[in-house]
Design a protein around this ligand. Structure first.
Ligand code: SDX
Length: 431
């Protein structure tokens, strides 16, 4: 098994160590390359660069494999629930009954937000983007809970269990608060009920009538959040690690991750998929016309919910959610024409050379919006739902960065292609 790679630069050989991951993936360790040769590696967008060693999630994009701490996503989707999977991702093992009970209790005890934080909502226009509101209010948690956000890894890690449970629980509560605020409705207070049931209560209970969760809805919401819980070094998770590497506390690092997730190429895609399906429906198209326009290469006419920076095969989460769509909508007696359009688009794309040759398959966002809409969650909140789901993954990655004994701040290099040295020209001599 190769333990070194030889790189010859200007006739001089450099021996670079080869690292091997648990699943046999190989990496060339170039940490000494610049010091020894003056060369840096160039990898725009880091698509071929390992920024860290991590023990949380394994992704095999060619074979459509996703595992959290070794457990296949298919088994977790079938047998686990969001809070249990969150515990697994954060702490590395499935919880025993006491650990699961204590974790849930901690989240329920800290589900409410400081009443002063409600003033931050008031500072936003009613139609403010939900992800913008979520970022700001999550960021404010560092100010409201300063003892948990000291920007000192040792003290912040000493309170990690409480901070992690608070973060997941309050992000859930804040998302529901954003919905209530945007619709001019009074805020609800959390109850002593399971995580997803509490979310639905916080969202939909009215002063005159409590929301009653039916098991199918609670199970579907658990599945959606569980499937978003972590996904290796995606854009938002890498952002959390980057910000955390500066010593920033967990709340601040999570706010940065929420910013990264808000982009349409990342977490914003589930909203874009629904807007795409609705447009196709409103134009009386069955998807045939749209598929042709999606092949133009125009970034503004992409088949949203298709393609992935890592998967060159079916995103296993998309397969699970696609199946769950039928089950959930049938159980709820919902007929959604957008689901039929989505299926037609998928069927057409999976037979089309343009998509097959580029290995473009449905990703997690292609069907997730249809289930969330069936649960009564408005499209405007879809990306914030992704943030709730991804919070355990972000937290686990922040903890890996904070726990590194010799943690280094993330500081990539570049290839400078700007002007060479030139002298200042006084204004009088400029034309
Ligand atoms: C998520 O990283 C993660 O793990 C992310 C995520 C997670 O859980 O954190 O999985 C969540 O972000 C899923 C992805 C959600 N985004 C979308 O669904 C938006 C639509 N998809 C794309 O824009 C695109 O596929 C990306 C951004 C997801 C991936 O882009 P890449 O890998 O950089 O691919 P690319 O832009 O280089 O495209 C390669 C080719 C191009 O054509 P050519 O230039 O070769 O002719 O494929 C084409 C692209 O034009 N292409 C598409 C397409 N996606 C890529 N063409 C039509 N429709 C698409 N969706």
């Amino acid at each position: 098994m190769a333990t070194t790679a030889t790189l010859t630069l200007e006739g001089k050989p450099y021996e670079l160590p080869v690292m091997t991951g648990t699943e046999g993936e190989k990496a060339i360790d170039v940490r000494q390359l610049r010091k020894e040769s003056g060369y840096v590696c160039y990898d725009q967008g880091y698509g071929n660069t390992g920024s860290c060693e991590s023990q949380i999630t394994y992704l095999d994009g060619d074979n459509g494999i996703l595992r959290h701490r070794g457990y296949p996503i298919e088994q977790l989707a079938e047998q686990s629930e969001f809070v249990e999977t969150a515990y697994l991702i954060i702490y590395g093992d499935l919880p025993n009954p006491k650990e699961r009970r204590d974790f849930g209790d901690l989240m329920r005890q800290h589900a409410a937000i400081d009443t002063q934080m409600l003033r931050i909502f008031e500072g936003f226009p009613r139609e403010a983007p939900p992800m913008g509101m979520l970022t700001s209010i999550v960021s404010s948690m560092a100010a409201y809970y300063p003892s948990l956000a000291t920007n000192n890894f040792e003290s912040d890690l000493a309170n990690f269990d409480l901070t992690a449970a608070m973060a997941i629980s309050k992000i859930r509560t804040i998302v529901a608060g954003v919905y209530r605020y945007r619709h001019g409705m009074p805020f609800n207070y959390p109850k002593d009920i399971p995580f997803c049931d509490n979310f639905l209560h916080l969202m939909f209970s009215e002063p005159y009538k409590d929301y009653v969760t039916i098991p199918e809805v609670s199970r579907a919401l658990n599945l959606i959040l569980l499937l978003h819980a972590d996904h290796e070094q995606n854009c938002s998770t890498s952002t959390v690690r980057m910000v955390g590497s500066s010593g920033a506390n967990l709340f601040t690092s999570l706010a940065a991750g929420i910013c990264a997730l808000s982009g349409p190429l990342h977490g914003g895609a589930n909203t874009a998929v629904m807007q795409m399906l609705q447009t196709i429906h409103d134009e009386g198209d069955d998807g045939t016309r749209f598929i042709e326009s999606a092949k133009s290469g125009d970034k503004n006419h992409r088949l949203m919910g298709f393609g992935h920076a890592v998967y060159r095969n079916y995103d296993p989460r998309a397969r699970i959610i696609g199946h769950a769509c039928d089950v959930v909508l049938n159980k709820l007696g919902i007929v959604d024409p957008l689901l039929d359009i989505a299926k037609k688009l998928e069927e057409a794309a999976l037979k089309d050379e343009y998509f097959l040759s580029r290995k473009l398959y449905p990703n997690v966002d292609f069907y997730s919006g249809i289930i969330m809409r069936a649960l009564g969650i408005p499209t405007e909140l879809f990306t914030t739902m992704f943030a709730i789901g991804r919070s355990p993954g972000w937290i686990a990655n922040w903890k890996e960065v904070a726990s590194q004994p010799k943690g280094r701040i993330y500081r990539p290099r570049q290839l400078y292609t700007g002007p060479v040295k030139r002298d200042y020209v006084p204004m009088a001599r400029r034309h």
